[in-house]
Design a protein around this ligand. Structure first.
Ligand SMILES: [Mn+2]
Length: 308
């Protein structure tokens, strides 16, 4: 059995969509495969998305299982059900582990800079000549993952392939033209209703020697100013409880900007080594918006922080 899974701590819409849509494709091709995860979906898996009703499957682990990882390639963060030496395929768009997997898996490692891993999975559907048979739900999931991960096509990571994939998938899923705005407003509503959970389920803990703050949270909303106006004190307090080196990237789709909330001086200094920021009372605005993986990429290109 091929087990399709992703990261350990939470599932965003991209990981969620890739697991489900890729399992569906392999099953259509006659390959036994299941979407399985120990992690819970985060705020990017909005209410309407959950209502599409495509849930993960349960699975009793067998020694003969093989693992396919989607939307993650850093093996420190794999779902705990994964047996590392039985990983047979990796599909991801995060930087840092390309060489490791290329050596291990050759062409079965598909790790490249692209807006969404969902686009990579879409391309597998396309190549398979089975696209006409994709379920409406899988098409809707992949399309929404592309919207989210490309920040409604405003991220610098967006490629022509992401735009083409969305057009094709949105058509097959019969998504309304106002779905992007509706989707990001739903994500914002979900964050508003449970702030601590939203922060905890899009948070990455990075190594101390990394050139980025050790606690790096991110959330994507329609209107970041409204969110921060309402919740800034609570957010700052929650983040400070996670450590003394932290940042939060609040991506505002409507305004095409990132609000970086970075209160510790040390954390601001780390970021200042990567690019210029105009700090103003613990915050800097970046236009156009930036994703965590873009900052990660920048951080890999400068010399490591000294471990003093
Ligand atoms: Mn992704």
């Amino acid at each position: 059995m091929k087990i399709i899974t992703s990261g350990a701590s939470y599932l965003d819409i991209d990981a969620y969509a890739c697991c489900i849509a890729y399992a569906e494709l392999l099953n259509l091709q006659g390959i036994p495969a299941r979407a399985v995860s120990s992690a819970k979906p985060n705020a990017s898996v909005s209410k309407t998305v959950l209502d599409w009703g495509r849930a993960f499957q349960t699975h009793e682990p067998l020694l003969t299982d093989e693992f396919i990882l989607v939307d993650v390639s850093d093996y420190h963060h794999f779902d705990p059900l994964v047996m590392l030496d039985q990983v047979v395929e990796v599909i991801d768009h995060h930087p840092g582990y390309e060489d490791y997997w290329a050596k291990k898996l050759g062409s079965a490692a598909d790790i490249r800079p692209i807006g969404a891993a969902a686009t990579q999975v879409f391309q597998r559907w396309q190549i398979s000549d089975l696209l006409a048979k994709i379920s409406e739900q899988s098409a809707a999931l992949l399309a929404t993952a592309i919207l989210d991960n490309t920040l409604n096509f405003t991220s610098q990571m967006t490629t022509a392939a992401d735009i083409d994939a969305y057009a094709e998938l949105a058509f097959r899923a019969k998504l309304a033209t106002d779905w992007p705005e509706k989707y990001f407003l739903e994500c914002q509503a979900s964050i508003n209703s449970d702030l601590a959970n939203a922060l905890a389920t899009d948070l990455k803990r990075l190594k101390p020697e990394s050139n980025l703050p050790q606690v790096f949270a991110q959330m994507t909303v329609w209107d970041a100013d409204a969110l921060l106006q309402k919740h800034r004190p609570a957010i700052s307090q929650w983040m400070a409880e996670q450590g003394d080196d932290w940042m939060l990237n609040v991506i505002s789709i409507r305004d095409r900007k990132s609000c970086l909330l970075v209160e510790p001086e040390l954390s601001q200094q780390k970021l200042n080594r990567l690019m210029q920021f105009g700090w103003c009372s613990g915050m800097a605005v970046v236009e156009p918006s930036m994703l965590r993986k873009e900052l990660l990429k920048l951080s890999l290109s400068v010399a490591p922080c000294s471990k003093s």
